[in-house]
Design a protein around this ligand. Sequence first.
Ligand SMILES: [Zn+2]
Ligand SMILES: [Zn+2]
Length: 136
Amino acid sequence: MDCPNCSGTLNEIENEGVTLDFCDDCKGLWFDRHEVADYFELSRDLPELDGVDRQLGPSRMSCPRCKTTMNQILYAPPNQLTLDRCETCGGMWFDRGEVPQLHRLSAQLEDPRSRFSGLTRNLKARGYQIVGFKGD
Ligand SMILES: [Zn+2]
Ligand SMILES: [Zn+2]
């Protein structure tokens, strides 16, 4: 798939049974519907909690699968996190820097057990330099 954020290509990465699509150019990450919940071992995808009524309007990006314009969603308390979601397929795009924010958020919401350290190890093993984890 083409990256919705830049001219790069999304590379599939298999990590602990979940396939993620990662852009090596802009370091963004694409999750198909339910992959966010699966990945972070949450019972549901985060923006379905109360993000639906926090639409910020159309995203500047198009869905890499459907090619339709995505919507920006504000997932606010306790963190400020703006996500781009495709209303057609339910996929979500995380810009560089948004994944660790979600990681912190998911740790606050449910089981602090997380696969995120596994993901970063996996990415580093493949030569990727993912987002900075200052303080983690
Ligand atoms: Zn990109
Ligand atoms: Zn879509």
